[in-house]
Design a protein around this ligand. Structure first.
Ligand code: A2P
Length: 273
C-alpha cells in the first residue's frame, strides 16, 4: 500500500505524487492526470508557471475521483511575488483548477518580495482555502530568515534532489526543522542520464524493478516526498508500483554514491526567472 507523510500541521500527503512540469497543457496533461488517478495516485503537483493548471483540473474531473480524495499542490510564481499579488494569484489558480481549496500552496522560488508573499500565504492558510503552505527552492539561509519571521512554519520545502544530486545537507537541515522535503527532478530530470545508471539497473534486477522504481524507492526510504514526472501511462503506473519491495541499507548507501554534487537546474542563489 502507498505510504503517506503527516506534515507538521497535521495534513496528510501521499508520499508519491505525479509531477507535471513541462507537461504540455491540453490533452497531454489531462491524459497524464487521468492515467495517474486510475493507477492509484492521489497526489498531483502543478504550478501556475507550468501553464497546465486548467488541464490538471480537467483531468481530475474526468477521472471521476472525488476532489477531496486527491492532494493538489500548486505554486505562486515569481512575477506575482514581485508584483505583491499573491492573494489574487492564488484565487486565479483556484479558478483555473476549478477547485475551492488547494491542499498545499507553495512559494515557487525566492524571488524579490518572497517574505511579503509568505505573509500573504499565512492569510490564505488562515482562510482555510489552502490546507497547508510551504516553500520551494529555499536554501538554508532563506529558511533561517523565514523562521526568524515567526508565524506559520512552512510544511515543506520542495527542492531539487535525486541520486545524481542528493542535496543531502539541505535535506537534513530541513528535516531538522520538522519541515518535510519534496524532491523535484527526482529521477534526475531531463537531459541527465541517471536512469541509464548500471548501478540502479543492477539493484533493480534483484527486485524485478526498473532503475526509475529503484530511484523512487530510495526517496521514499529516506523520508522524502517524491514527484516523478512522466507523460507515458506505462511509466506513470510503474512509478507508483514501488510499495512491494524494500532496498537494503547497502543498496541505499550504494545509490548515495551516485551523487555528483552538480545540480541539473538553476541554483536559487544565482538565478532568478
Ligand atoms: P517521460 O515523460 O517521457 O516519461 P524527473 O521526474 O526527474 O523530472 O524526470 C523524469 C524524466 O524521466 C522525464 O523525462 C520522463 O520522461 C522520464 N521518466 C519518468 N518515469 C520514467 C520511467 N519509469 N522510466 C524511464 N523514464 C522515465
Amino acid at each position: 500500500h502507498q505510504t503517506s507523510i503527516t506534515l507538521n500541521n497535521g495534513t496528510v500527503i501521499p508520499q508519491v505524487g505525479l509531477g507535471v512540469f513541462r507537461v504540455p497543457d491540453g490533452e497531454t496533461t489531462v491524459n497524464a492526470v487521468t492515467a495517474a488517478l486510475e493507477a492509484g495516485y492521489r497526489h498531483i503537483d502543478t504550478a501556475r508557471v507550468y501553464g497546465n493548471e486548467a488541464s490538471v483540473g480537467e483531468g481530475l474531473r474526468r477521472s471521476g475521483v472525488p476532489r477531496e480524495e486527491v492532494f493538489i499542490t500548486t505554486k505562486l510564481w515569481n512575477d506575482d511575488i514581485r508584483a505583491h499579488r499573491a492573494k489574487d494569484a492564488f484565487n486565479e489558480s483556484l479558478e483555473r483548477l476549478g477547485v475551492d481549496y488547494i491542499d498545499l500552496y507553495l512559494i515557487h522560488w525566492p524571488a524579490d518580495g518572497w517574505q511579503q508573499a509568505w505573509s500573504d500565504l499565512q492569510d490564505i492558510y488562515a482562510s482555510g482555502r489552502a490546507k497547508a503552505i510551504g516553500v520551494s527552492n529555499l536554501h538554508q539561509h532563506h529558511l533561517n530568515d523565514l523562521l526568524a519571521m515567526g508565524g506559520v512554519k512552512p510544511a515543506v520545502d520542495q527542492i531539487e534532489s535525486s541520486p545524481q544530486f542528493t542535496n543531502q545537507e539541505l535535506v537534513d537541515f530541513v528535516h531538522g526543522h520538522h519541515i518535510d522535503v519534496e524532491a523535484w527532478s527526482p529521477l534526475g530530470g531531463t537531459g541527465g542520464d541517471l536512469l541509464a545508471s548500471p548501478l540502479l539497473a543492477r539493484i533493480g534486477e534483484k527486485y524485478a524493478k526498473s532503475a526509475a522504481q529503484v530511484a523512487i524507492r530510495w526517496h521514499i526510504q529516506r523520508g522524502v516526498i517524491v514527484l516523478p514526472k512522466s507523460v507515458h501511462a506505462d511509466r506513470i503506473r510503474q512509478n507508483i508500483d514501488v510499495f512491494d519491495f524494500e532496498l537494503t541499507a547497502d543498496d541505499m548507501a550504494a545509490i548515495n554514491t551516485l551523487s555528483t554534487g552538480h545540480r541539473n537546474s538553476a541554483d536559487p542563489d544565482n538565478f532568478d526567472f
